[in-house]
Design a protein around this ligand. Structure first.
Ligand SMILES: [Fe+2]
Length: 857
């Protein structure tokens, strides 16, 4: 009698020593085949063993045109047999024990030479992997899995595998595409149920399940795979092949470079070109043919992504040899996304775009699919969109909605052609959608809701359907590859997912003006708007100038261009008049594309960069210009700052200096050589030690610019409606949104001022006094002083004097020891508290007078 003795422990924790376990040994030995004799010895006294049960139902993977793999797990060793045939009740053929790969839990003793499952596998697991070969192309085979003669599962019409169809266009093919499903929650399950219902109602079953990674939250452990993938999708994968890619959550316990861990235990993937394509030598990235489609799966998580690294090298070789009608690539980290992940700022996403997209497009890729970002997003037909940050100018070939019912399907020439146009789809909404950074300019649709994507190939048309977790179709588009389509020139006024920018300017007295800026900012674009909350149409009023906001107002607007053929999404914003207050101020958005500029060290000035700031090591200056400041000449500036919105992360130390533009009345920026650096500028400059930009999308405030702005508005030829220009130089890369990049996110300028000259303002410092009695009964006198903290104020000295009588000559200076600032000071002022004591040390009388004397230093 033999019984397994359990001596190992199920390892938990964050170290990774367990990774160097099962699969590695499997690879060293090749997939090991158990000698049949071993089983005879092992199971000879089976009556003493508990009857084995399935703990992972059989599932289908790695189907080719002539083979397929079925895998299952039991809780006790069995004599594994797989029977198959063309009818469920007639399984005439079999794959016998000796042809079956067995792998067991790491702690099991008495299995010499048998490959082990990873260290996160629970104790007492026996996994069986069967390759059925010699099958007919595009044919259905029913199967059953047995322990000797005892049926464990199968033998019904739900257990089957289907071999891949041939390369010639033939019957329609249907794929289910989704990522980031892995929490086992309601949205995942509802999305799955919605897909099944859609499939039943439309009368066409799935041919394959393409999983875009993150299938086993949170850490990709074996138990998480069981609970969140196998237990949920068991009814699907027992007859539908899964083609997965590894997500970062799987990467917590699996290693793509070594090919070990629970992900690699769960899946058998074609590293040797078994299903078509060039052998990759890795299960983490591979290719396969499916009918007329060549699929490429990449490892965006932990494989080196450089051009000269092995994945890119293999990809070029694989694509060079590929001649399939369609080319679809998928991986986890999206090259274009602004969902829960941002493809302009995260390394994996940036590198997949900058390095892999050029290789794929060189070989005529049609579609790229990714997950990771918990959202549904899909692009227009584009080419060469490799830049960071992603920009739509010069890369969009067709900016329509791609829907036959709308602008018409996207079209490409038949067969494989480089740079014919790519569609990028993010389907990372498998367990819901939680956050969005905004909209990517290359996307046509972005939907923050749970769901999945169904991809149908029908003849020469590839159809995409986004089905949300309630079963509602939320987006449909198609790509047709037919005949010869003339190469297209990228559009210079492509559709953009942004509606008109609605920005507010504010001036003293609570006056708010709304400015509507068409996007894209092209010659024939016009903006229609409503102020009553109704949907704007082409019959709504046309925007012609700033709108005064005298009461809370809902502004809704659309841009229309290309003779009405293109319409933007609706923008809406609620604006309220500001409460009038004693302070004078101006809040001025940057409203014109030529009002932000960057200049390189060689003096080349660019007025149309999608980002502004010290945006590269070559950038030495940037300029911002704010029109109609409305600040009178000679005003005292109480406080002033500029708000910028980071477009990219920036970590390098950065130190800038902000100067004011002294050209007559803030002349427009030009693209002349030295367009910024050669302009006359203020002698004062505000030092800006720029913090690390660790996030994007929100506004960051500059240091106080009062001194600089005071010098600008103090010029003899300054008139109130001049533009205030800021000229910034320095080192340290930071890229903020520019008007050209996203008008609604462009910089904004604030200034608080007082029309009086500085001495008058300073003399009006408010003095208050109060007495506090200590517990010892001692009376102590405090003075609180509200003083200007503007640049001008720094030129004054404040002395507090006291007198018992107010008689001339009775005033004496008091020792005021600074007791700290008070919270809640007005903008532009500091509220300071001093504790007073007499010079001669005597006590203050019952009645005592205080005054503040202001003098220029
Ligand atoms: Fe992810």
């Amino acid at each position: 009698m033999w019984r397994p003795v359990v001596v190992g422990r199920f390892l938990t924790g964050w170290g990774r020593p367990w990774l160097a376990s099962s699969k590695q040994s499997a690879e060293l030995m090749g997939r090991s085949f158990l000698p049949l004799l071993f089983y005879i010895v092992l199971c000879g006294s089976g009556d003493l063993l508990a009857e084995a049960e399935l703990i992972r139902e059989p599932y289908v993977q790695l189907t080719t045109r002539s083979s397929g793999v079925v895998t299952w797990r039991t809780n006790e060793p069995i004599t594994p047999v797989l029977r198959y045939g063309v009818a469920p009740d007639n399984l005439t053929q079999s794959v016998a024990t000796g042809q079956i790969v067995t792998r067991v839990s790491p702690e099991l003793k008495g299995w010499p030479g048998v490959p082990r499952l990873g260290q996160t596998t629970p104790e007492g697991v026996y996994q069986y992997e069967v390759t059925i070969s010699g099958l007919e192309v595009d044919s259905k085979y029913y199967y059953g899995v047995f322990d000797g003669d005892r049926l464990l599962a199968g033998g019904t019409d739900t257990y089957f595998l289907r071999t891949q169809p041939g390369a010639e266009p033939g019957r329609p093919l249907r794929f289910w595409v989704v990522g980031d499903t892995g929490d086992g929650g309601m949205i995942q399950r509802n999305g799955y149920a919605a897909m099944k219902e859609y499939v039943v109602e439309s009368g066409r079953p799935l041919d394959a399940f393409v999983h875009l990674g993150d299938m086993a939250y949170d850490d990709g452990m074996d138990t998480m795979f069981q609970a969140n993938f196998f237990d949920v999708y068991g009814g699907l994968i027992c007859n539908t092949v899964t083609w997965p890619t590894m997500g970062n959550h799987e990467g917590h316990t699996s290693d793509g470079v070594l090919g070990i861990g629970p992900y690699y235990d769960a899946f058998v993937l074609p590293e040797n070109g078994e299903a078509g394509g060039v052998p990759s030598g890795s299960e983490a990235y591979y290719s396969f043919d499916f009918g007329p489609i060549h699929f490429v799966c990449l490892n965006s998580h932990d494989e080196a992504r450089g051009e000269a690294n092995r994945m890119a090298t293999w990809l070029r070789e694989d694509l060079a040899r590929n001649d399939a009608e369609w080319l679809i690539a998928f991986w986890h980290h999206p090259p274009y996304s602004k969902g829960s992940h941002h493809s302009d700022i995260e390394d994996q996403l940036v590198e997949m775009r900058e390095v892999m997209m050029p290789i794929l497009e060189e070989h005529g890729v049609d579609v790229v699919l990714a997950g990771h970002s918990h959202i549904y997003e899909r692009s227009m037909l584009m080419n060469r969109a490799y830049a960071t940050p992603t920009d739509s100018s010069g890369v969009i070939l067709d900016d329509g909605d791609g829907n036959a019912e709308g602008d018409g399907a996207y079209v490409k020439s038949a067969h494989k052609h480089p740079h014919g146009g790519t569609l990028a789809v993010v389907s990372g909404h498998g367990h819901g959608s939680d956050f969005s950074f905004g909209l990517s300019p290359v996307h046509r649709v972005s939907l923050k809701e749970g769901g999945s994507v169904i991809m149908d190939l029908e003849g020469d048309t590839l159809k995409f359907t986004m089905l949300n977790d309630e079963g509602i179709v939320r987006d449909e588009f198609q790509l047709i590859k037919r005949g010869v389509v003339e190469p297209r020139i990228p559009l210079n006024d492509p559709w953009s997912p942004f509606g008109p920018a609605i920005v507010a300017s504010q001036h003293t007295g609570g006056k708010v003006e709304a400015h509507l800026v068409a996007q894209p900012n092209v010659e024939d674009a016009i903006v229609h708007y409503t102020l009553d909350g109704s949907v704007p149409t082409m019959a709504s009023p046309i925007y012609e100038g700033p709108i005064d906001i005298g009461a809370p107002t809902i502004i809704r607007a659309i841009s229309v261009w290309r003779g009405g053929k293109r319409r933007s999404p609706i923008s809406s914003r609620v604006l309220e008049p500001a409460a009038p207050g004693p302070l004078r101020y101006a809040r001025i958005p940057l409203l014109h594309e030529e009002d932000d500029a960057i200049e390189s060290g060689l003096g080349i000035t660019d007025l149309h960069s999608p980002v502004v700031g010290i945006t590269s090591p070559e950038t030495s200056w940037f300029g911002l210009r704010f029109r109609d400041a409305g600040v009178p000449r000679g005003a005292t500036i109480l406080s002033s700052f500029v708000l910028m919105r980071p477009a990219l992360l920036g970590m390098d130390p950065a130190e800038w200096t902000v100067y004011g533009d002294l050209s007559a009345a803030g002349q427009p920026f030009t693209e002349d050589l030295g367009g910024l650096s050669s302009r006359p500028r203020t002698t004062s400059g505000a030092l800006w030690n720029v913090s690390a930009w660790m996030g994007i999308g929100f506004q960051l405030t500059s240091p106080d610019l009062s001194e600089v702005v005071e010098e600008v508005v103090g010029q003899p030829d300054w008139v109130p409606d001049s533009a205030i220009g800021l000229l910034v130089s320095g080192v340290g890369e930071r890229s903020a949104s520019s008007f050209d990049g996203a008008a609604a996110g462009a910089p904004e300028f604030w200034v608080f001022y007082d029309e009086r000259d500085a001495l008058t303002v300073a003399s009006d410092a408010r003095l208050n006094a109060f007495v506090r009695i200590t517990t010892e009964g001692e009376r102590r006198l405090f003075a609180s002083l509200e003083i200007l903290n503007s640049a001008a104020a720094r030129g004054f000295a404040y002395t507090i004097e006291g007198s018992p009588s107010m008689a001339p000559g009775s005033w004496q200076a008091l020792n005021g020891s600074f007791a700290g600032p008070l919270p809640g000071a007005r903008p532009g002022f500091s509220h300071l508290v001093f504790e007073m004591s007499q010079m001669d040390g005597s006590a203050f009388g019952e009645k005592y007078f205080l005054r503040v004397v202001v003098a220029r230093q």
